[in-house]
Design a protein around this ligand. Structure first.
Ligand code: NAD
Length: 456
């Protein structure tokens, strides 16, 4: 690369930070602080990390081989897959596009990046800026909609890395099957947040701020790892709800629709989709805070719903917006069964100080990740893998995991001409069968001891 490319991304971000802020504001109404936190900063950190660690990541892994193979040596080396196709997403149109690109070029691949058409200024920014800083033979950006996506999928790639919906994820997988192309699918779903009954006022305050950070903080809830809904004990719900309402006022003022700290919904289609979720009369009746929508500005006020019907769309579809259902339970342990009766989430958040309950959540549920006592921050942690399981996707990336995702781990074994065990070759006889049985059971050294009678 590779080194030059990651340095170039860093340089581009340094030179063009204001342009990125402007594009993100135009596409999503993101405040520059949010844009730096979730996009620019993430990419600068990721590029620096790749540059600092690349030599270590590329180093072959030597393996000590079992004595059965003596004399021989073995190692695993990472080789590039070739030409990879990366689909970016519109909700974090810079970071979710470039983070996989960093991993792909670090691993020595060339990349075609399909930017999302739903964030058109960011897509244009990427298409215009990347060629100024990076080798166009190594990284190309393509702008376009569904038709372009479909055409790209008809080509043969060495890897497809897709971030997006489950619906399109299926189309990606079936297109990839034609060429037996490996895929990584970073999909979505509903991320539950368990809130155990907390007693310390300062813990409750921190929990509420962190829940809000995970619900309305990232792109007005238009985030794959955003808090989708809360599970809480009935007796603790009023305390939590009261503080949530107060904190919404602190964060977004008396009139959140006018707040500069709120992102807008990406387009009219998504706005209408969210509006429709609230139109169900039983759902509308469950709104206990907010509920105002401004169609012109494409802004929806932070909205809390208490116990909407569980079979309503808001509780069966990924919300991907600023609506927060709270479901009350008699006992917090019921949250495990609640989660297990639905598709495997991308992430589970749980606020609790009960270590036994923590272990229970980890061992009795399945999700891409589990984060205790916070939301969202796991995404920014380069040393932990990020990815889904089941319907929330498969494959993983970030830091070294990105490098591995875009590499083929090639096995190298080198044998010597010394020692050639005859029993592995025909003509077969009983002795050879016995010998092979023992060889698989014991390593070479123990086999030798056995044969010379020093071992039983
Ligand atoms: P989407 O699936 O509609 O679109 C993603 C990309 O696919 C776009 O570039 C689009 O042009 C292209 N596309 C759409 N239809 C296509 C087709 N038939 N053939 C080929 N390409 C096609 O997703 P979206 O609405 O942009 O994103 C929202 C979804 O993405 C949510 O479900 C969210 O949870 C998920 N998401 C996941 C992550 C993650 O890291 N796991 C991150 C962000 C978003």
């Amino acid at each position: 690369m590779e080194e030059k490319s990651a340095e170039s991304i860093d340089q581009a971000f340094h030179d063009k930070e204001e342009n990125i802020f402007e594009a993100l504001f135009q596409d999503l109404g993101k405040h520059p602080v949010e844009s730096y936190r979730d996009e620019v900063g993430i990419i600068e950190k990721s590029a620096t990390n790749a540059l600092n660690c690349l030599e270590k990541w590329m180093a072959p892994t030597k393996s000590r081989l079992p004595l059965l193979f003596f004399p021989a040596k073995g190692e695993v080396i990472s080789e590039p897959l070739g030409v990879v196709l990366v689909f970016g997403s519109w909700n974090f149109p810079i970071s979710l596009a470039l983070d996989p690109v960093i991993g792909a070029i670090a691993a020595g691949n060339t990349v075609m990046l399909k930017a999302s058409e739903l964030a058109p200024r960011c897509a244009s920014f990427l298409a215009e800026t990347i060629p100024l800083y990076m080798d166009s033979n190594a990284v190309k950006v393509i702008v376009g909609g569904v038709d372009v996506g479909e055409q790209l999928l008809q080509q043969k790639w060495d890897k497809i890395f897709f971030t997006g919906s489950q619906r399109v994820g299926r189309a990606v997988m079936s297109a990839a099957a034609q060429h037996l192309t490996p895929v990584t699918l970073e999909l979505g779903g509903k991320c539950p947040t368990i809130v155990d009954t907390l007693s310390s006022p300062s813990d409750i305050k921190t929990m509420v701020k962190r829940v809000m950070g995970g619900k309305w903080g990232p792109c007005s809830g238009q985030a794959c790892i955003g808090v989708d809904y809360i599970l809480v004990e009935e007796k603790f719900a009023p305390t939590m709800i009261d503080l949530l309402k107060k904190t919404i006022k602190t964060f977004y003022g008396d009139c959140p629709i006018d707040s500069e700290n709120i992102c807008r919904i990406v387009n009219t289609n998504h706005f209408e989709r969210l509006h429709k979720l609230l139109e169900d009369p039983l759902v509308a009746a469950s709104i206990i805070h907010g509920g105002s929508l401004d169609k012109e500005k494409l802004i929806i006020e932070p909205t809390i719903l208490l116990n909407p019907p569980l079979d309503a769309d808001i509780m069966t579809e990924e919300i991907f917006g600023p609506l927060l259902p709270i479901i009350t339970l008699n006992h917090i342990q019921e949250s495990i069964e609640f989660i297990n009766s639905r598709p495997k989430p991308l992430t589970i958040y749980a606020f609790t100080k009960d270590e036994t309950f923590m272990r229970q959540i980890v061992s009795e549920t399945s999700s891409g990740s589990v984060l205790f006592n916070d939301t969202i921050v796991q995404f920014a942690c380069d040393v932990l893998p990020f990815g889904g399981v089941g319907q929330s996707g498969f494959g993983r990336y970030h830091g070294k995991y990105s490098f591995d995702t875009f590499s083929h781990e090639k096995t190298i074994m080198q044998r010597s001409f010394i020692i050639d065990l005859e029993p592995r070759y025909p003509p077969w006889n009983d002795f050879k069968l016995k010998f092979i049985r023992l060889a698989y059971k014991y390593d070479y050294f123990n086999l030798l001891l056995l044969l010379i009678g020093l071992k039983k």
